[in-house]
Design a protein around this ligand. Structure first.
Ligand SMILES: [Zn+2]
Length: 402
């Protein structure tokens, strides 16, 4: 989840903490609720100044509570080698943005459960503080504020445990499904669908309540949270569907087998006319008909100046064979994408894992064919299951060897 327009306020455990200006509304709402709703209900004769002071303190402690929840996620994520890019406090609470997906079901579970666990501990701390201030001080307002904070933290812990991603309970569900089904992305997709259902239900229920004349802030915020949950769950469904698809499609499904080699001595203009029927297919370039010495992708050259095209040989601007990245034909596209992410290659040469021989090429354009957008529920046609991963491991990029 990305929260736009946030201001960096500092670091906690090395993780940058930012706040979104929308929390000013939340702060104002908390101050108003505590100062003019909760405290007067308990102590009618308390002074406005005292109530405002207590309310501002509770607003600060409220944000510290949300921060504690997110720090819980970040600290446990680090124990599983998953770094946190940032923690953002905003209108709908906090977001800890992790730099990568959890590596195992166990890590997924522990990272997810850490947030509600932190909130639960905060609830216990505030409950203890309520008892202590009530018992040992003469303060009237403070125990009320502390009891309210204990309740809020308990609410944070419980409401996040709905089994619907991106809520924490949804990640716990993901961990369970992942362990059972053995497929991380399928598990993520299913719990994000639960998120869409919960978000949709909240939106509809809140809207109906408002239509029937219940204008309370509570119902409006349920509609807002429902919509937010619906759309963020939907983007998780798409992400999981695309990653899942890439994990199940082998390179062989999209590569071109034995593309016709072209002589490296051709001019770019001649090369482009010779390959005009397949501009998205990367072709090997040969020197006197021997092994490929370089590779070129026609559609990356069509923008070249016509005069330059006629005086430049294709061999002189192509990608040399010893630096072009390699992949096995059985390797899933998802793994190749991950492995070659830094290189952002336009051409990958494909080898047969049993013979080691070069059997084809795949271009970035052909790769893109796998990235079709799934339908609303993230269903995808023709998911190809691989027999198993190549036991010999990936090729060393650029060397053509393992
Ligand atoms: Zn959380």
């Amino acid at each position: 989840m990305n929260v736009p327009t946030s201001i960096r306020v500092g670091r906690i455990f090395g993780v940058p903490v930012q706040i979104n200006l929308s929390i000013l509304f939340v702060a104002a709402f908390v101050v108003w609720t505590v100062a003019f709703q909760i405290l007067p209900a308990v102590y009618e004769d308390s002074g406005t100044r005292d109530r405002l002071a207590a309310a501002i303190a509770s607003s600060l402690l409220f944000f510290i509570s949300i921060l504690a929840h997110e720090v819980g996620h970040a600290v446990v994520a680090r124990r599983h080698d998953v770094e946190t890019e940032s923690i953002t406090l905003w209108f709908l609470g906090g977001v800890a943005k992790l730099l990568r997906q959890a590596p195992t079901p166990r890590a997924e579970f522990q990272i997810a459960a850490a947030g509600p666990a932190a909130s639960f501990i905060m609830a216990l701390i505030f409950a203890g503080a309520t008892w202590l201030t009530n018992r040992f001080t003469g303060w009237e307002l403070m125990p009320v504020v502390l009891a309210w904070l204990a309740a809020i933290n308990l609410l944070l812990a419980v409401s996040n445990m709905f089994p619907a991603a991106p809520l924490d309970g949804g990640r716990v569900l993901t961990a369970g499904l992942w362990k059972r089904l053995g497929d991380a992305e399928l598990a993520r997709l299913l719990s994000a669908r639960c998120g869409m259902i919960l978000g949709g239900a909240m939106t509809i229920a809140g809207s109906i309540a408002i239509m029937f004349g219940r204008y309370g802030f509570g119902w409006l915020s349920i509609v807002v949270m429902g919509l937010f949950l619906l759309f963020s769950a939907r983007s998780e469904v798409i992400g999981a569907a695309v990653r899942g698809r890439l994990n199940h499609i082998p390179v062989a499904a999209l590569m071109t087998r034995y593309p016709t080699p072209q002589p490296g001595s051709l001019s770019v203009a001649h090369y482009l006319s010779a390959t005009a029927s397949n501009p998205n297919v990367a072709t090997p370039l040969t020197h006197w008909g021997h092994e490929p010495v370089a590779y070129a992708l026609p559609n990356r050259l069509s923008g070249m100046d016509p005069f330059a095209q006629s005086v430049t040989t294709i061999g002189s601007i192509a990608i040399p064979a010893d630096v072009v990245p390699r992949a096995w034909s059985t390797e899933p596209l998802g793994r190749v994408t991950e492995r070659l992410a830094q290189l952002q290659p336009t051409i990958v040469v494909v080898h047969d894992p049993t013979t080691g021989a070069e059997i084809g090429t795949i271009s970035s354009e052909q790769f893109g064919q796998a990235l079709v957008v799934p339908d609303y529920w993230g269903r995808l046609a023709e998911l190809v299951r691989l027999p198993e991963d190549d036991p010999r491991g990936p090729l060393v990029p650029g060397s053509g060897r393992r």
